[in-house]
Design a protein around this ligand. Sequence first.
Ligand SMILES: [Zn+2]
Length: 235
Amino acid sequence: MSKHLYLSTTLFVGGTRLEVRQVMGRGNARYPLLVQQALLRARQWLMNVPPFLHVGGDAQMASAFRHVFRAAPDANALNTLRAVNSNILRGLSDQVLGIKLLEDDGALGYVRRYYSGRKHLVYGAQFHDAKDNAIARRGEIHLSPSILDDPEMATITLVHEAGHKFSNLRDHGDKGYFSSDGRNYEQPGITPQEAMLNADSHAYFTLFMNRRLDKLNRRIAAQQSGDMDLGALFG
Ligand SMILES: [Zn+2]
């Protein structure tokens, strides 16, 4: 049982009632708004992924898939991805969504600060902090305030946590966490089967596909402005 009292702030995000709970007396008025922005961004990111999921489609998708899931993107694997993506998106669009902000204190000292909002279930086991409080109770998404000021990290973390809650994804220790530079897993060794059930794998694949989309959009924009320049020249 948590010994803290929590103060809830309610925000509406489309049809979702978002309830952000902060420890009373230690809250920050900005945090609920940052959570709201992360939620909007996470939904958009998830919606952007399915158009990439085709066998023989975008080569960069195939390359990111092999990097993250350690296997070729065959039809079965892509169907699993579609299902996970859709579970998470549906969950993040529920009528009520509660998100609790953890305290940034020394109780999470065994976890690097970077991951303090996420490392709670290892092989399905519940972790407890130094005061024996359950770090994440089933049914609640927890985020660490320390990640909220980094919009990309806040979004990755929300997709990761929502993957636990809405699609039964798990953690696999350091071989399943991406490193702080976001390039690869902390430790080698994750198998394709594990990666398919691994929360960070899905969160980072979602990030990589959105970076890919940004790049494609920038290229189109550059091409269009190039066309306009030509138009000005010859028009
Ligand atoms: Zn996790």
